[in-house]
Ligand binder design. Structure first.
Ligand code: ADP
Ligand code: MG
Length: 674
């Protein structure tokens, strides 16, 4: 099979389903199988699954009521079956002409009027048509690329590609896994005696072999990336700690034990001659920002520049204010760079970065842009790192040398994910909240009781507190979402007489957004109506009540993030999840998880179970590293085995590791350097 000889159009279609070379056909495994190896008598065929039956057409007519449809009766020795086609070409009527023998593949419904198949696959057969010998694979595909074409190329690839095992028997045998060639052949053309349930549930040894290989490739690439990073030079930062001590002395609080611990880990990394890649995890409100500020102090004291990036303008601006507040008194120059700056201010900020005057530069994606250059960049801090893609992080890395990297995230990573996607990062966890916080009480309330909630808001404002009102997520239409926010704002302004209600959403100009947030921060606004733009990082300790409308539409991780905007100060805090009744059972289970736990790890674990890892943390963005076959929850044993094997191979047989990676992850060099 010569991949390069395929037409450019076909190649681009294939690229959409991840096929970029001949061997990718081999690794393009079926989604599911259809069983056309067995003919069922019509009356005995099981329901609820697709079956193959064969019989003679007894009648065939076009009916016009209730709508135009083709209806035929097909009989075998056991009984008859109605075939119904709601959309059909004239050719279908020919296939179903009276007297023809046909094979029908589809699901049988046993109805009051008899047995029926709607839109089966129809094939006219002669006297001696053989049955398929193996299950028919159904492949993931894309528009304009029919199954038969994929099947053809896959067949060619299986013949022409080198399927020799990348792994020796000494690795595979102890794990009870079969050989590679046999496994892929079986999965593409399973013989009839393979129990279908093992294929369907992907627990057949052949599936397990493929999953293992995939996980092993992932482990190898992460470990190699880590090793390669240790070869790079980064500034050795050993500060005396004078700046940090000054900042600590000025803070109105002392660090928690957890904060001290992670700070020590970070400072130790900064003192190493190779770049730190540390993920700082801590639940919302755990106090990551001050840790970042103290790490920045160390780098600045040693004469290096620090860049801090946040995913939204609101958050970047807030960090800028807070850090400038903390650091300007220590004579540290803090600069501010976002896409929305006036060109004169932007020029000044760029010059400050380039000429080294700015010691800390806070900003958004704007920091990635080409025109941005630093004189001596020593440390990069990325807040809410899961919001950024791999490519963006790469771009910042290219801003000179190999600076240390500190990534912060409030989205906890379950153990299996930490073992796989994040295996190349060092992780520090802030596992305690600052003292004196009262836990957030969460209530599920039907939106029929909206009036009560309004009085509750008025009472809270009377007490001097502030309130967030989060508008529903409307995924289908941003315009509609915006409209809803505007309407809600108008309505609440009317209902809450004498209370100042503000509005913030994604379509406001950055300056407008900043003005609203500043007013809320200063308590000039008491109730802030917001779209989910406030999801990350906003910090207004006086806000102690959050109402989330249509909470049932949001993901668990998102709800947890949102709720983290309250419970940041001394005041007892509440989160009201308004839902539209009636709730589905699944929605109920999900909302109860949020109501009953404030532990981000537990929520993430449940989320992983409900939605699968693809949705979680930054994996969406690092799509290239996505697992296609293995399932982190179901295949934990294979993941552990892959981890050990990767370690072993890299230590004792690196040539095997390279061979294996070459098969599974060709051309991933760029990713390896992230
Ligand atoms: P997150 O980890 O979600 O980014 P922040 O860094 O925004 O949390 O901190 C939340 C709030 O807690 C801020 O107002 C911060 O000043 C405060 N804070 C941080 N550390 C402590 C501490 N050790 N004691 C008391 N308050 C703290
Ligand atoms: Mg934060």
């Amino acid at each position: 099979m010569d991949f390069a000889a395929l037409t450019p159009k076909l190649q681009s279609q294939l690229a959409k389903i991840g096929i970029g070379r001949a061997f990718d056909f081999v690794l393009h495994l079926p989604l599911r199988y259809e069983d056309e190896t067995h003919l069922w008598p019509i009356t005995d065929a099981p329901v609820g699954t697709q079956v193959l039956v064969e019989g003679e057409v007894q009648s065939c007519e076009v009916q016009y009521k209730p709508r135009k449809q083709l209806v035929a009766r097909v009989a075998d020795a056991s009984g008859t079956l109605v075939v119904r086609l709601l959309n059909f070409y004239p050719s279908a009527a020919k296939q179903l002409a009276v007297g023809k023998r046909v094979r029908l593949f589809g699901e049988i419904r046993r109805g009051f009027w008899g047995d029926e198949m709607v839109h089966p696959k129809i094939r006219v057969v002669g006297k001696h048509n053989e049955l398929n010998e193996s299950l028919t694979p159904v492949y993931p595909t894309t528009a304009g690329l029919p199954q038969f074409q994929l099947v053809k190329y896959i067949g060619q690839a299986l013949k022409s590609c080198n399927l020799a095992d990348t792994l020796p028997a000494s690795v595979i045998d102890p794990l009870n896994l079969p050989d590679f060639a046999g496994s892929v052949r079986l999965l593409h053309n399973p013989p009839p005696d393979v129990p279908q349930i093992l294929l369907r549930e992907r627990t057949h040894p052949a599936w397990r072999r493929l999953k293992f290989d995939e996980l092993l490739a992932q482990q190898l690439s992460l470990r190699m990336a880590r090793a390669a990073r240790r070869e790079q030079n980064a500034p050795v930062i050993r500060a005396k700690g004078e700046l940090a001590a000054k900042l600590l002395a000025a803070l109105p609080f002392g660090l928690t034990r957890a904060q001290q611990k992670v700070l020590a880990e970070i400072n130790a990394d900064l003192g190493e001659p190779h770049p730190m890649q540390r993920l700082l995890q801590g639940d919302v409100g755990a106090g990551k920002t001050v840790v970042a500020a103290l790490a920045a102090c160390a780098a600045i004291e040693a004469g290096w520049q620090v860049a801090l990036m946040a995913p939204t303008e609101i958050l970047a601006e807030q960090h800028f204010r807070k850090l400038a507040d903390w650091l300007a008194p220590l004579d540290i120059q803090v600069a501010w760079l976002t896409g929305s700056l006036k060109s004169k201010d932007k020029k000044a900020a760029l010059a400050d970065a380039l000429e080294g005057r700015a010691q800390l530069i806070v900003g958004t994606h704007a920091l990635f842009q080409q025109e941005v250059a630093f004189e001596r960049l020593g440390l990069v801090i990325v807040d809410e790192q899961h919001r950024f893609g791999v490519a963006q992080r790469l771009a910042l890395r290219s801003k000179g040398g190999s600076p240390h990297q500190l990534m912060m995230s409030a989205t906890p990573i379950p153990r299996t994910l930490a073992m796989s996607f994040y295996a190349d990062l060092d992780v520090s966890v802030i596992d305690e909240l600052p003292p004196g916080r009262t836990p957030i009480v969460t209530k599920l309330v039907s939106d029929a009781r909206r009036d009560e909630i309004i009085s509750r808001i008025a009472a809270k404002v009377q007490e001097g507190r502030q309130v967030y009102w989060v508008c529903p997520l409307i995924e289908e239409s941003e315009a509609l979402q915006l409209q809803t926010a505007v309407d809600t704002h108008a309505q609440l302004s009317e209902e809450l007489e004498g209370i100042r209600v503000g509005l913030v959403h994604g379509r406001l100009k950055p300056a407008e957004k900043a003005a609203v947030m500043a007013a809320f921060q200063k308590n000039e606004i008491q109730v802030l109506v917001a779209t989910t733009v406030i999801e990350v990082g906003v910090d207004v300790p006086n806000a102690s009540l959050m109402v989330i409308e249509h909470a049932e539409r949001m993901g668990l991780a998102q709800l947890h993030q949102l709720r983290g905007r309250v419970g940041r100060g001394q005041h007892a805090s509440f989160c009201v999840l308004l839902y539209a009744a009636p709730l589905s059972e699944l929605a109920q289970t999900r909302l109860k998880v949020i109501r009953d736990t404030t532990d981000g790890f537990e929520i993430a674990r449940q989320d992983l179970q409900i939605r699968g890892p693809g949705e979680l943390v930054g994996i969406r963005q690092s799509g290239a590293a996505m697992l296609r076959f293995a399932d982190l929850e179901a295949d934990t044993d294979l993941l552990e085995a892959a981890r050990e094997t990767a370690q072993h191979l890299l230590a004792h047989a690196p040539e095997i590791a390279i061979r294996h990676l070459d098969r599974w992850l060709p051309g991933r060099e760029a990713l390896l350097r992230v």
